[in-house]
Design a protein around this ligand. Structure first.
Ligand SMILES: Nc1nc2c(c(=O)[nH]1)N[C@H]1C(S)=C(S)[C@@H](COP(=O)(O)OP(=O)(O)OC[C@H]3O[C@@H](n4cnc5c(=O)[nH]c(N)nc54)[C@H](O)[C@@H]3O)O[C@H]1N2
Ligand SMILES: Nc1nc2c(c(=O)[nH]1)N[C@H]1C(S)=C(S)[C@@H](COP(=O)(O)OP(=O)(O)OC[C@H]3O[C@@H](n4cnc5c(=O)[nH]c(N)nc54)[C@H](O)[C@@H]3O)O[C@H]1N2
Ligand code: SF4
Ligand SMILES: [Mo]
Length: 757
């Protein structure tokens, strides 16, 4: 931190998306004056997207919740933390004592993975709660990829990341990194990185039902019918074997299941699959030849490939193709990271899948949680284990999960609900108590998750820009207080310290007994005392850095520690990704499992559904100035025209008698809404696209700017019974819909919103 008379400059990483850009934040007397990109950040080199600048408005947003609130009927009152926790204790303990721990459900939203407190302290809270009813945004997002990684490599975070900075051929399927700034592919300025790929003579090919901003940058773009990627990917694989283009003899000592994969691919010739996915067979064969002949190539898929009927098969096939073309764990292909903190070392005994089932639909557990699509029925259905209390942490499930209306109705009958959040929004309005999360600028930051998914190995710690106000709690303290009161302890300062210390000591005690840990055999008390002077997330992070691959291991003065990292306010570049096979492989066989039974068994369903494609399908999209459901209250991001429109091809507009700017009524198995139409030939015929995260301005919410731009909630149309059968992930892309001319639904501001249907 450098300060002149009144102005201070702070450097930190932006916590809003996965890209981890470096910010230079100027403040005067406790106020942000302006924000720019940190030119000295070795990763982002000064790049920022419009959301980075918006942190100023987020910090100063008058609607942001700063004090605990209790609801009495429809009225909210601000109260002290003490009073709020008393109410929470009464509410949660009441339900636990009467009905048991499973009667409390938890939903963890996306911002938790951008938050050190959430990453490190939610597990403690969840362990204290011990409920099976644990849900998160993962089952409306990336769990298919994690599940495939768990099965193939033995670690759900062992996801191979495109080496985008060195690759010569990048096949981007169902992702729009120019807008989303990359996902499961952390790297600032994805547009710049993809432009660099082209400058060095590489090729960018996009497969997407929409000619997206990324597609517009690409050498080739292929429209694909939503939900058919598995057929397309299998036909690529078929071609690779059929034309003897595969280079699968490398890593052979570390691979199981190649023959099975070959056998499976036989049935999916491009000639048979072309009409299914809508891509010409010769084009499919050309793509396979190009991947194979490129000096190095990376195949990558994201939301469009995960949140659809065959999300897990897609996620698996993408890695299989990368392996078969000789690009797995190779420079310029897809590689595993070596994160400074948070990497795993222990070999798996079994998979974290199906160890228990949901009560009503009997959906299998996936990586410790249940599919969020089951949440509403668990609240509604009477009987032992019925969910009667609900905890949300950094989540807005009444907007972001399938058939959100049903969840909303179910939540009305809960005995108690508490939210840790910073807005009174579509979800938190149903809470009895809201515990305020601090502003991103009042807390420290380290991207524990995203440095595990990064295109380079980076380590960057940010200290808080502002001290938190007196009496305010950090989010980790809130979570530890919740953990204490669940155990029927007084949620006091002392309880927080006790739990924090005990957790740290527990981790150390475990590691000194693990022969893979650099502190194996050491004295646990001595390690604990070396961490003195720190507490909370900083102490845990320090420990993780010191025991990590670059760490000082509590003996090597040259190694990394948090104190060392603090001397690099712009972040530390630890270099490009390195080959990591075999050490990364933690499957019980110690090999890559190329044909995991769970996934392979789903190929039958894929074959059965081959001809089952509806006339109109709904997909989603993102916008650079938006972030899921929660940044719509910032004026700087809401400028310009209405973005919550439904994209429709001119041919479809004509057959439904709709025109640009007109109103359509859209109906699915789950519900109905009305939305403004945007006619464009950037979308393929038979497909409509509505962004998620809207539907604001509802009674009882307090997000004034968002309320002026309410839009419609696209999850009124996603159906909680339409899932990727393997992972339980919701189908958010490829929802069968009927479209017709709408005739109502405009409110006094001329906007359209679902409530008016
Ligand atoms: N139809 C459709 N639905 C989708 C998607 C889609 O593409 N289409 N995308 C899905 C995906 S990928 C995701 S990740 C989910 C996201 O959906 P959710 O997980 O529900 O997350 P957000 O909508 O981002 O809402 C974040 C909430 O956290 C609060 N918040 C923000 N920062 C903090 C903080 O630091 N601490 C705390 N405690 N609270 C905070 C905000 O006020 C808001 O209430 O939506 C999913 N839903
Ligand atoms: N600006 C901005 N950035 C964000 C977010 C945001 O809300 N706004 N959200 C963040 C989050 S939580 C996430 S998870 C990431 C997501 O990051 P991305 O996955 O890159 O983002 P999406 O825009 O959802 O891209 C999905 C693409 O899949 C296409 N698609 C839909 N259905 C299909 C299909 O069946 N097959 C194929 N091949 N394509 C299909 C869509 O047209 C769309 O272009 O973005 C993150 N970054
Ligand atoms: S791309 Fe934008 S939102 Fe994402 S980290 Fe960078 S500045 Fe923040
Ligand atoms: Mo996400």
């Amino acid at each position: 931190m450098k300060s002149s008379e009144a102005e201070s400059i702070h450097y930190r990483t932006c916590p809003l998306c996965e890209a981890t850009c470096g910010l230079e934040i100027h403040t005067v007397n406790g106020e942000v004056t302006h924000i720019e990109g940190d030119k000295k950040d070795p990763f982002s080199k000064g790049y920022l997207c419009p959301k980075g600048f918006s942190l100023k408005e987020l910090h100063h947003d008058p609607d942001r919740i700063r004090e605990p609130m209790i609801r009495k009927g429809e009225e909210w009152f601000t109260v002290s933390f003490e009073e709020a926790f008393k109410e929470v204790r009464k509410g949660l303990r009441g339900v636990i004592e009467a009905y048991g721990k499973d009667a409390v459900a938890v939903y963890l939203g996306n911002p938790n993975v951008h938050n050190l407190s959430g990453m490190l302290y939610l597990p403690i809270f969840l362990r204290a709660l011990g409920s099976r009813n644990q849900y998160s945004a993962s089952t409306v997002d990336q769990i298919p990829k994690q599940l495939a990684a768990e099965m193939m490599y033995g670690g759900d975070f062992s996801i191979p990341i495109p080496d985008v900075d060195q690759t010569q051929y990048f096949l981007c399927i169902g992702a729009n990194p120019v807008v989303s700034n990359g996902s499961l592919m952390t790297g600032p300025n994805m547009r710049g990185r993809l432009q660099d790929l082209k400058k060095r003579g590489g090729r960018l090919v996009v497969v997407d039902p929409v000619r997206t901003a990324t597609a517009k940058l690409a050498d080739d773009h292929h429209f694909i019918k939503p939900g058919t990627d598995a057929y397309f990917l299998f036909s690529l694989l078929h071609t690779l074997f059929d034309e003897k283009l595969s280079k699968d003899d490398y890593l052979a000592d570390y691979v199981n299941g190649l023959e099975e994969v070959k056998e499976l691919a036989k049935e999916f010739s491009p000639e048979k699959m072309a009409s299914v996915c809508g891509i010409d067979s010769e084009e499919i064969r050309m793509i396979a030849r190009d991947i194979s002949s490129a000096s190095c190539a990376a195949v990558y898929g994201r939301m469009g490939t995960c949140t659809q009927s065959f999300g897990t098969i897609n996620s698996w096939l993408i890695d299989v193709i990368n392996y078969v073309t000789g690009n797995l764990d190779r420079e310029g292909g897809v590689m595993f990271t070596t994160p400074a903190a948070g990497g795993k070392t222990s070999r798996k005994k079994g998979y974290r899948f199906g160890r228990f089932k949901s009560r009503v639909s009997e959906m299998p557990e996936v990586l410790g949680e249940l599919p969020v699509a089951c949440l509403a029925e668990e609240m509604e259905t009477p009987g032992e284990g019925q969910v009667r209390a609900f905890v949300t942490v950094a989540g807005n499930p009444m907007v972001s999960t399938p058939n959100s209306k049903r969840l909303e109705e179910a939540a009305k009958n809960l005995d108690f609900m508490v939210s840790v959040d910073c807005y009174l929004n579509e979800t938190t309005r149903y809470a009895n108590v809201i515990l305020p999360a601090p502003s991103p600028l009042e807390r420290s930051h380290y991207d524990l998750s995203f440095y595990q998914l990064s295109v380079r190995n980076i380590s960057h710690y940010s200290s808080p820009v502002f001290e938190k106000k007196k009496g305010q709690l950090d989010e980790w303290e809130i979570l530890l207080k919740l953990a204490s009161l669940i155990g029927d302890e007084e949620p006091s300062e002392g309880a927080v310290t006790k739990l924090d210390d005990a957790t740290m000591q527990f981790l150390i005690n475990k590691d000194v007994k693990n022969d893979q840990s650099p502190v194996f055999g050491r004295n646990p008390e001595e390690i604990m005392s070396s961490l003195q002077g720190r507490k909370g997330p900083e102490r845990m992070l320090d420990y993780m850095l010191r025991t990590g691959p670059y760490g000082d291991h509590f003996k090597d003065a040259e190694g990394l520690s948090l104190s060392k990292l603090e001397k690099h306010p712009h972040g530390l570049d630890l270099g490009p990704l390195q080959s990591r096979i075999p050490e990364i492989l933690l499957t019980h066989t110690g090999k890559i499992e190329l044909a995991p039974a769970l996934i392979v068994n789903d190929v039958k369903r894929l074959k059965d559904e081959i001809s089952n494609k509806p006339d109109m399908m709904l997909i989603g999209r993102r916008h650079l100035r938006s972030n899921n459901s929660w940044l719509h209250n910032l004026p700087v991001l809401m400028k310009g025209k209405n973005r919550c429109t439904m994209l429709l091809h001119p041919n479809d507009a004509k057959r439904f008698d709709l025109e640009d700017g007109g109103v359509a009524e859209v109906e699915s198995e789950a519900g109905r809404l009305q939305v403004t139409v945007e006619v464009t030939d950037d979308i393929m015929p038979g497909v409509a696209s509505i962004p998620h995260g809207y539907g604001h301005g509802l009674k009882g919410t307090k997000m004034d700017v968002a309320g002026q731009n309410e839009g419609v909630n696209s999850n009124l149309l996603s159906y909680e019974k339409r899932l990727d059968a393997v992972s339980g992930t919701a189908v958010l892309n490829g929802i069968p819909i009927a479209v017709r001319k709408g005739n109502q639904g405009r409110n006094e501001r001329g906007n359209v919103r679902s409530e008016f249907v």
